[in-house]
Design a protein around this ligand. Structure first.
Ligand SMILES: Cc1cc2nc3c(=O)[nH]c(=O)nc-3n(C[C@H](O)[C@H](O)[C@H](O)COP(=O)(O)OP(=O)(O)OC[C@H]3O[C@@H](n4cnc5c(N)ncnc54)[C@H](O)[C@@H]3O)c2cc1C
Length: 347
C-alpha cells in the first residue's frame, strides 16, 4: 500500500517520487505511457543559469536547483547503476560588439554576487577554445563555469531504476486511486486537464525540437548564441531548440531543418556533421511561464508540480525536494508566485 501516489513519470514526477522515497515514504508512480515518454525524454540537456543581471527570485530558485544536481545525480547513478551523463562543462557565448563586451563585464560582478560560488563568469579570448568556439566579431567570449549538461532520457531511466531499486512501485495507469495524497505531474496534458477542471486556462503545451549531430567535442563547453544551444555529449553534439506555441503536428518538421541550417552557418565546426537523431517534445508552460508548484487550488490532498517549460530538467532536483517537504511536512519554501492558488486566476 503506497502512502503517496505520483501521476506522471516525466522528470518532475520521477524527481518527486525519488525525493519522497529518500525521505522514507512508500510511493506509487503512475505513468500512462512509460517514464520519460514526454518532454523529459529528450536529448538536449542544457542546465544553464539565467544571466545574473538583473537578479530575480526565479533566478535564485533556478540557481539553488542547479546547485543540487551533482549530489542528486551521484546518488541516483549509484543506486540505479545508470550514468545520466551529468557533467559541469560550462558555457561560451560570442560577444558581437563593444556594447556586448561592456554588458558582459558588468555581469561578471553580478555573477560573483549572486551565484554564491557555484561558478564564475569571465571574458576570454575566443582563441582559448581552438577548433570549437564559434566566430566572435570582437574576438572575445563569455566563459561561465556554472552551466552543466545531462542526458535527459538517461536521467529519466536512471531515476525510474533507482525508484524501483528502493522499493517504489511504477505502474501503468492514467489516474490516482483517490485514497492517498496525489502529486499531479502530468506535464502539458496535466495543464490542459487542470484548465478544464478550473474552467479557465492553466497553461498550454509549447512544442520544441532538437537534434543530435555526429561530432566529438567531449570536454568542450556548451555554446549559446541568441537562443541557440549547442551541447556536447559523449555520443555527439545536441542542438536546440525550436519553440512553437501554435502547432498541430506532434512530430519533427521543417522548423528543425531551419534551426540546423543556422547551426551549420554559425558554428562552422558542425557544418558537415551528420544528423544522428531528431526529436520533438511538448513543454508544459503555465500562464506566467514559471513553475507551478503547490496544493491544488480546489482539491484537498492533491498537489500540482508542473510548468517546467524550458528549464524543467534543471529545476527537477529542487522541485523534488520541495514537493516532498510539502506533501510530508505540510509546508515548503516555495515562492508565492509559483503556488497554483496565486498563479492560476480566471482573469
Ligand atoms: C526540445 C526541448 C528541449 C528542452 N531542453 C531543455 C534543456 O536543455 N534543459 C532543461 O532544463 N529543460 C529543457 N526542456 C524542458 C523540459 O524538457 C521540460 O520542462 C520538462 O521535461 C517537463 O517535465 P515534466 O515532468 O513536467 O513533463 P513531461 O516530461 O512531459 O512528463 C509528463 C508525463 O506525464 C505523463 N502523463 C500524462 N498524462 C497522464 C495521465 N493521465 N496519467 C499518467 N501519466 C500521464 C506523460 O506520459 C509524461 O510521461 C526542453 C524541452 C523541449 C521540448
Amino acid at each position: 500500500m503506497a502512502d503517496i501516489e505520483v501521476l506522471g513519470g516525466g522528470i518532475f514526477g520521477l524527481a518527486i517520487a525519488w525525493s519522497l522515497i529518500e525521505r522514507g515514504a512508500k510511493v506509487r508512480l503512475i505513468e500512462k505511457r512509460r517514464p520519460g515518454a514526454g518532454a523529459s525524454g529528450g536529448l538536449l540537456g542544457a542546465l544553464q543559469p539565467h544571466v545574473p543581471d538583473p537578479w530575480t527570485p526565479t533566478k535564485a530558485f533556478q540557481r539553488d536547483a542547479l546547485a543540487l544536481h551533482p549530489d542528486f545525480w551521484r546518488k541516483v547513478a549509484a543506486v540505479s547503476g545508470i550514468d545520466p551523463g551529468y557533467r559541469r562543462i560550462g558555457r561560451i557565448m560570442p560577444l558581437a560588439d563593444e556594447k556586448a563586451v561592456a554588458l558582459a563585464r558588468s555581469r561578471a560582478d553580478a555573477a560573483a554576487r549572486h551565484w554564491e560560488g557555484c561558478g564564475c563568469w569571465r571574458i576570454v579570448p575566443a582563441a582559448d577554445f581552438p577548433g570549437w568556439a564559434p566566430p566572435s566579431p570582437t574576438g572575445l567570449l563569455v566563459h561561465e563555469t556554472f552551466s552543466a549538461r545531462i542526458d535527459p532520457a538517461r536521467a529519466c531511466m536512471a531515476l525510474a531504476r533507482a525508484i524501483a531499486a528502493r522499493g517504489g512501485e511504477i505502474v501503468t495507469g492514467e489516474a490516482g486511486s483517490g485514497s492517498v495524497p496525489l502529486v499531479d505531474a502530468r506535464g502539458h496534458e496535466g495543464l490542459a486537464a487542470l484548465g478544464r477542471e478550473l474552467g479557465h486556462t492553466a497553461g498550454s503545451g509549447v512544442k520544441g525540437q532538437a537534434a543530435l549531430l555526429e561530432h566529438k567535442a567531449e570536454g568542450m563547453p556548451q555554446i549559446f548564441i541568441r537562443g541557440l544551444h549547442v551541447v556536447p555529449h559523449p555520443h555527439g553534439v545536441a542542438i536546440g531548440s525550436t519553440s512553437e506555441r501554435e502547432w498541430s503536428h506532434p512530430r519533427v518538421d521543417e522548423a528543425l531543418e531551419t534551426l540546423m541550417a543556422r547551426v551549420r552557418e554559425e558554428v562552422p565546426v558542425l557544418t558537415n556533421a551528420p544528423v544522428l537523431a531528431r526529436w520533438w517534445g511538448i513543454r508544459p508552460r503555465a500562464p506566467h511561464g514559471k513553475p507551478l508548484l503547490g496544493p491544488h487550488p480546489a482539491r484537498p490532498g492533491v498537489f500540482i508540480a508542473n510548468g517546467g517549460f524550458k528549464i524543467g530538467v534543471g529545476l527537477a532536483p529542487l522541485v523534488g525536494r520541495l514537493m516532498a517537504d510539502l506533501v510530508l511536512d505540510g509546508r515548503a519554501d516555495i515562492p508565492a508566485e509559483f503556488l497554483p492558488a496565486n498563479a492560476l486566476s480566471p482573469s
